[in-house]
Design a protein around this ligand. Structure first.
Ligand code: HEM
Length: 392
């Protein structure tokens, strides 16, 4: 058993441009590798991540020093055991598959169609700004139970919070923006909370207000902020990567167009192929061993599900997008007690609605020649633009 090896020749910019060669390198080195530039031990092997997620007493989400707690308040994502369970149960009614299908799906469908109406006649667009970002934002406004909030505002709040959570260099400008976003979200909650307390409905705010375990205003605020921060860029990025995967693999697109059920498989494959959340943190609670590596209490781990989802021990030709894969169990939604609460929402919004409607309505949808899409990020990853054309 050895201590974690150190990787000192990888920059954050390299990781943000294309993390996969570094992920491969780390996976071949050890179960946990200290990466100097990221200032964290990265865990990249599928089986090691499963071990971490099965042992949350050794690998905790609770993290007293976490920047997320400072920026958003102490949310369910940084709790374990009973405190986590109670707050998780409070949001779950809005996310149940039946509620998603009956209540949210018609709303998502109408948002998707309204957005396409606005650019259909143009014959070309950047799907990031005209479709994926407003689709994810408008859906989230409804899911939360917010009113009188513009999609551009919630998108800005979300980005400002996420920048704040990653602000390890303590840049005052970033901290200030995150504080402003946080205050704006508090106001948006105060604007509607009384109505949700009065009348029960499927929104997340209503679920929290009517939870068996009474929530303080601080708990409601922190958990709403976590969902604003974490429930927007992932579906946005998954819409774009699913479209990208299909457009780059025309024979698979033809298959999906012949059998619409395959769009859901394409979505699932896109979350494996380019995981929108590439890394999330855990804290080691006592001296222990993970795979071939010795870890010490208080070591911070970066759980790289984006890397595990390309582990050749689990996936054949993992760098390829392939909706016909038989081994489909991936870690794109995490695992264990913190497994993504919004999985059914994302599956419905992206795989069953946004992507099939786009391909159905925009004939011969294709990437703009000579304008290749750029992907960025390793903690969060997705296309930063997706310029496309179709036949008018
Ligand atoms: C493709 C879309 C999505 C992906 C890939 C994704 C991915 C993830 C991952 C990997 C985690 C685990 C993080 C950790 O363990 O620290 C997570 C947690 C979570 N996600 Fe998602 N997510 C998506 C969409 C959504 C949506 C649309 C919502 C809500 C509207 C949402 C709400 C949550 C919440 C509340 C948690 C925390 C759960 C807990 O701590 O118990 N997610 N998500």
């Amino acid at each position: 058993m050895k201590p974690p090896p150190v990787l000192s020749d990888v920059t954050i910019e390299e990781l943000a441009k294309n993390p996969y060669p570094t992920f491969d390198r780390i996976r071949s080195m050890a179960s946990a590798v200290w990466v100097d530039s990221a200032r964290i031990h990265l865990v990249t092997r599928f089986d090691d991540i499963m071990t971490v997620e099965r042992n949350h007493h050794l690998f905790a989400s609770t993290n007293p020093g976490s920047l997320m707690n400072k920026v958003m308040g102490h949310s369910l994502m940084r709790k374990d055991d009973e405190p986590h369970k109670l707050e998780r149960a409070a949001v779950e009614p809005s996310f149940r598959p039946g509620v998603v299908k009956q209540h949210w799906a018609p709303r998502f469908r109408s948002i998707a169609n309204d957005l396409i109406n606005q650019f259909e006649a143009d014959g070309e667009t950047d799907l990031f700004s005209s479709f994926a970002a407003p689709m994810a934002s408008l859906s989230l406004i409804d899911l939360l139970g917010f009113e009188d909030v513009a999609w551009e505002d919630i998108a800005w709040w979300s980005q400002a919070l996420m920048d704040g959570v990653g602000n390890y260099q303590a840049d005052p400008e970033i901290s200030n923006r995150a504080r402003r976003a946080s205050a704006a979200i508090d106001q948006a909650i105060d604007h509607v909370l009384a109505r949700h307390v009065e009348t029960e409905n499927p929104s997340i705010l209503s679920s929290m207000a009517h939870a068996g375990h009474k929530h303080s205003r601080e708990q409601i605020r922190a958990n709403i902020k976590v969902i604003v921060g974490g429930g927007l860029n992932e579906p946005r990025d998954a819409i774009l990567t699913t479209v990208l995967g299909l457009l780059q693999n025309p024979e698979q697109l033809a298959q999906a167009q012949a059998n619409e059920k395959l769009f859901a498989r394409a979505f699932e494959e896109s979350v494996r192929w380019i995981s929108p959340i590439g890394m999330y943190p855990r804290r080691v609670t006592q001296d222990t061993v993970l795979g071939d590596t010795r870890l010490k209490a208080e070591d911070q781990l970066g759980i790289c599900v984006g890397a595990a989802n390309r582990d050749t021990g689990h996936f054949e030709q993992p760098d390829s997008f392939d909706l016909n894969r038989t081994a489909s169990r991936h870690l794109g939604f995490g695992a264990g007690p913190h497994f993504c609460a919004g999985t059914w929402v994302a599956r419905q919004m992206v795989g069953e609605i946004a992507v099939p409607i786009l391909f159905n309505r925009l004939t011969n949808l294709r990437l703009q020649a000579g304008n290749s899409p750029i992907l960025r990020g390793w903690v969060f990853r997705g296309p930063i633009a997706l310029p496309v054309r179709w036949d008018r």
